[in-house]
Structures are given as C-alpha cells and as structure tokens.
Design a binder for this molecule. Structure first.
Ligand SMILES: Nc1nc2c(ncn2[C@@H]2O[C@H](COP(=O)(O)OP(=O)(O)OP(=O)(O)O)[C@@H](O)[C@H]2O)c(=O)[nH]1
Ligand SMILES: [Mg+2]
Length: 248
C-alpha cells in the first residue's frame, strides 16, 4: 500500500474570492467581444447586439487567491436600459467601454457611470473600482477620434479610474486590463476587512460557517456556461444588496 503524502505545513491553501463584474457602454463598442476574447480567446467580426444581459463565469488565480469572476455583459441599446438596476446590483466593480473611433461613446461614459452608481447602490461608492477601456485600438491612426492621453486625463479627473486601450480583435491588453481591475477589487476588499476587523486584511471578517456566498446566485455562478437572463428569474436569485466582493 502506498503512503499518503504528508501535507507541507509551509504551503498555505489558496484563498477564495467571489467578484461580480458588470460591463457597460454604448451599443457596438465591443463589450461582448472583449468578454469573448477574455474568456474564450475568440473574436467574431459579425455584430450581434446583446439582448438584456448575459452572465458567465471565469476562474482566475491572483497571487494567493482563486477568484470566481461573475461577468455580466449588458446590452448597450437604449431599449434595454430600464433593466439595468437588476443587473447592476451587488457589483464589486464596473468596466466602462468606449470605441476609440466614436466620440459619442466616449462622451457618454460619465452618464453610464452615473447610471451605474445610482442603480447599483454600492457600499462605499467612492472607492468602487472602475476600469475604462478604449476598444478597437487596432484601427488606422486616422480613424481614431480619442487619444490615449485624453482618455487617461479623463480617468484621472473622474475618480482615478483604471484606463487601457484594447483591441478585442487582436487581443491587445484584454487580459492585462481585467487582471488590473481584479487586483484593485481584491485590495479594496482587504482594506475594508482591515477597517472592519482591525486585522491585517489577511483574515476574513466573515465568521467561519457563515452562509456567505452560498445564495442561489453563487450556485449559479458555479456553472461555466453563458446564461441568458430572464428578469423574473433574476429577481429570485439576485445577490443581497450591498454584498461586496467576498473573500476568505
Ligand atoms: N476593429 C475592431 N472591431 C471590433 C473590436 N471589438 C469589437 N469589434 C466589432 O464591433 C462590433 C460590435 O461588437 P460587440 O462586442 O457586439 O459590441 P457590444 O458593445 O457588445 O454591443 P451591444 O451588445 O449592442 O451593447 C462587432 O462587429 C465586432 O466584431 C475591436 O477590438 N476591433
Ligand atoms: Mg454585446
């Protein structure tokens, strides 16, 4: 009979985190394409506008954590905007996307941000991490309407938002941008835990055995398939209001 290996006492188990991410912006800027590239390394030239919202999951490892990322890809079309609050609530971070060839999509960013903050009702809205993506950076220089410098200035002046130019088509900066955002979300959670628990942030303030992260929404999060969201269903499974990224 083979001996069972003794666990190395030096090896710390990976900590687990659940993060809800919502991606918003005008229709056609490339939100779905960015998610498809981030999750499946695929790009589709054809434009198929998102209806309502889709959500999907991706697990990523960041330092000593395994992060279950629940991604909500929302529709940019005006006719779906009344559904927003149901999808935004409980978000731990937000991705604002514009198209570098489309001035209006850039000008609309503050409006999207405001709507998101109003509808999601986050705890500590001033520290909620935002990521701004100027997508379609693969276009010819002549087609570009917003410079990277202008976008960075805008992000600095509006709450120190993270800022990247991306190309979902050529897979430029997609992974890096999402990683930077998740790192910021996890750091914020640690900071909040320090304040609430008076510890060093390495221990959760969630008591052992507490039913955090076991609500219906999180059970759904364990599925890896993309899911079309029906509003009726959503209301039943919605995360508790003001839940922040949950780490242990
Ligand atoms: N050149 C280029 N085209 C892109 C890029 N990303 C997306 N597109 C194209 O832009 C169009 C719209 O992309 P989507 O990802 O469907 O846009 P969306 O923001 O999800 O749109 P809605 O679902 O209506 O809100 C598609 O034809 C994509 O192929 C990119 O990085 N470069
Ligand atoms: Mg879409």
């Amino acid at each position: 009979m083979e001996a069972t290996p003794t666990p190395d006492p030096q090896t710390k188990p990976l900590r687990k985190c659940f993060v809800k991410l919502v991606i918003i912006g005008d229709s056609g800027v490339g939100k779905t394409s960015l998610i498809q590239m981030f999750e499946h390394n695929k790009f589709n030239q054809a434009f198929k506008p998102t209806i309502g919202a889709d959500f999907s999951n991706k697990e990523i490892t960041l330092d000593d954590r395994v992060v279950t990322l629940q991604i909500w890809d929302t529709a940019g079309q005006e006719r779906f905007q009344s559904l927003g609050s149901a999808f935004y609530r409980g978000a731990d971070c937000c991705v604002l996307v514009y198209d570098v060839t489309n001035n209006m999509s850039f000008e609309n960013l503050l409006n999207w941000k405001q709507i998101f903050l109003t509808k999601s009702e986050p705890r500590e809205p001033h520290t909620l991490p935002f990521l701004v993506l100027g997508n379609k950076s693969d276009v010819d220089e002549g087609q570009k309407k917003i410079s990277e410098k202008e976008a960075k200035k805008f992000c600095n002046e509006n709450g120190e938002m993270l800022c990247f130019e991306t190309s979902a088509k050529n897979n430029v900066n997609v992974e890096a941008a999402f990683q930077a955002l998740i790192a910021r979300v996890v750091k914020r959670q640690d900071d909040m835990n320090k304040i609430l628990g008076g510890g060093d942030g390495s221990k959760s303030t969630i008591p052992p055995g507490a039913k955090v992260g076991t609500n219906n929404m999180n059970k759904r999060a364990n599925r890896s398939t993309k899911t079309k969201v029906q509003l009726g269903q959503l209301e039943k499974t919605e995360q508790k209001k003001n839940n922040c990224a949950k780490c242990n």
